[in-house]
Ligand binder design. Structure first.
Ligand code: XMP
Length: 539
């Protein structure tokens, strides 16, 4: 039975009380537009601030973390691995994409090498491998073995085609062995009539489902070749790829893939100079052209100071030449910097000067802005200009990611990922503990390897580094295990953060976030205290 309506006087009293309650919260826990301007000109970073809890009907596991870095580049989760030579090469980029994020391959390597690294990511797992490695009938098994060795292929089964690309057989991995070294591929291969194939036109709108059905119906068959009407080889499905893809669809983790099911991959570039100090336009366009050819999904023009003529020219040139490419540019910490790069044509802008765990820019140059204030200022301008922003550096725990995402579209992590197995770099043992090298791109050693241009310390056109003060240090990170585990922990924390704020997704997080200032005593209270810690959970 419905309760009788409350008398008018009671209703208005209850309404007034609700308003008072809301006003009390609003006084202490403020929205970004109220909170940050009131602190001016004091600039704040992650630990200076905490987020207020809000009424929630949302369980952490129900929250969605997908984001976009441009109109065309969507990511299932908002983490990007930093373009540093101790963080992101193809191994890290593959791991990031498999977990739904993006890796930015660093540029402390030759341009050709960087293109190859991007190719490795783009070819990592294919629903349909459109350019499988082929062998010729006249080759010997010995030659095939040498090729496998040289390219370090992890597979040994190859389609066999004639000079016109017509399928004539399949060389099974069982026969790619030393003992058959002198035999020819033609002698060893399974002949065409016994090879399982599917016509390209029969793949239908969902090729993965077609291949999945085939493998279920053909017991013990691991390869399905795709041919056209003239029997030209058009692709290859493998059972393991299909199983992985169908498992991913069921699992919580959604990999970041392009429309051809290739993993997403980004790469960083600097602004190359001619001997006269001008932007080397041809070199830049050729290099980015080769990256695009390799399938790169985003190019980041990465420098320590993005609000400069050089970076502006670079972004403008790339935007003219590659209209649809996602361009990330930076770094900046001001509204003017965001406006400048947005006008030049950047899709997403990196924010952060000196917050990184290995950075010394603020100490060496006396420059840089604590990260949360920088993000607030940049985000205000970015929303006006319709560009995205990425919080770069200074993130040491999952709670910082939640705070960053109240203002930014994604975060870049260096130190938190540098200890992972997937990061490049050697493991060293010190006193029974294992560490991985992690160094700033502005450290002397990294600049010697090529990143001097990022810090404006390269002699134009010469490739020679001039003598400079380093803006980064060389350090070690404790080995952190697999990227899957580290990201799992971080994303779990981020989802908890959204749950506490009753936010179903990142857009709701941005509108719902309410901030409060923290004192040193508050910070002490926030970490474990007054106990003897026996077990620490990292990340
Ligand atoms: P975290 O805190 O995640 O920071 O380790 C990674 C970010 O730091 C920037 N970076 C540098 N900044 N000197 C700097 O001032 C350096 O040598 C340096 N190296 C990297 C970069 O933005 C990276 O993503």
């Amino acid at each position: 039975m419905d309760a009788p309506p409350a008398p008018a006087g009671m209703a208005s009293k209850a309404g007034a009380r609700t308003q008072e309650t809301a006003a009390l919260d609003a006084l202490f826990y403020q929205a970004a537009d109220e909170f940050f301007p009131k602190q001016a000109p004091t600039a704040l970073t992650y630990d200076d601030v905490t987020l207020a809890t809000l009424f929630s009907e949302v369980l952490p596991r129900e929250t969605k973390l997908d984001t976009a870095l441009s109109e065309s580049l969507h990511l299932p989760m908002p983490i990007v691995s930093s373009d540093m030579d101790t963080v992101t090469e193809s191994g890290m980029a593959i791991g990031m994409a498999l977990n739904g994020g993006l890796g930015l391959i660093h540029y402390n390597m030759s341009e050709r090498h960087q293109v190859r690294e991007v190719e490795r990511v783009k070819h990592h797992i294919h629903g349909l491998i459109q350019d499988p490695i082929l062998v010729k009938p006249e080759q010997t098994i010995g030659q095939v073995l040498e090729h496998v060795e040289q390219k370090r292929f992890s597979f040994r089964t190859f389609p066999v085609v004639d000079g016109q690309g017509v399928l004539i057989g399949l060389l099974s991995g069982r026969l790619v062995k030393e003992r058959y070294r002198t035999k020819t591929v033609a002698e060893a291969m399974t002949p065409r009539k016994e090879v399982y194939t599917i016509q390209q036109k029969d793949l239908g709108p969902n090729p993965i489902a077609a291949a999945d059905k085939f493998f279920s119906e053909h017991l013990g068959i691991h390869k399905l070749l795709v041919v056209d009407e003239l029997d030209h080889l058009r692709g290859l499905f493998t059972l393991s790829d299909i199983e992985r893809i169908t498992d991913e669809a069921r699992a919580n983790v959604k990999p970041a893939r392009d429309e051809r099911f290739h993993l997403l991959c980004g790469a960083a570039v600097s602004a190359p100079r001619t001997t006269t100090g001008d932007l080397d336009r041809d070199r830049l366009v050729n290099h980015v052209g080769a990256l695009v050819q390799a399938g790169v999904d985003a190019v980041a023009i990465s420098t320590a100071h993005g609000h400069t003529t050089g970076v502006g020219d670079c972004v403008r040139l790339l935007r003219e030449q590659f209209r649809d490419l996602t361009l990330i540019a930076g770094n900046v910490t001001s509204a003017a910097g965001v406006a400048f790069l947005a006008e030049a044509g950047a899709s997403a802008i990196k924010v952060g000067q000196g917050p990184g765990s290995i950075c010394t820019t603020r100490i060496v140059a006396g420059v840089g802005i604590p990260q949360l204030t920088a993000l607030y200022v940049a985000a205000k301008e970015a929303r006006r200009r319709g560009v995205r922003i990425i919080a770069d550096g200074g993130i040491t725990k999952s709670g910082d990611i939640v705070k960053a995402l109240t203002l930014a579209d994604a975060v870049i992590l260096g130190g938190l990922l540098a200890g992972c197995r997937e990061a490049p770099g050697q493991i060293v043992e010190i006193d029974g503990k294992f560490y991985k090298q992690y160094r700033g791109m502005g450290s002397l050693e990294a600049m010697r390897r090529g990143s001097a241009a990022r810090y404006g310390h390269e002699k134009p056109g010469s490739g020679q580094k001039v003598k400079v003060a380093a803006e980064g240090i060389e350090a070690l990170k404790e080995v952190a295990g697999s990227l899957d585990t580290v990201l799992g922990q971080l994303l779990g924390g981020v989802q908890s953060g959204l749950g506490y704020l009753g936010a179903r997704n990142l857009a709701e997080l941005r509108t719902k976030a309410r901030y409060a200032r923290v004192t040193t005593a508050g910070m002490r209270e926030a970490a474990p205290h007054d106990v003897v810690e026996v077990k620490t959970t990292k990340a």
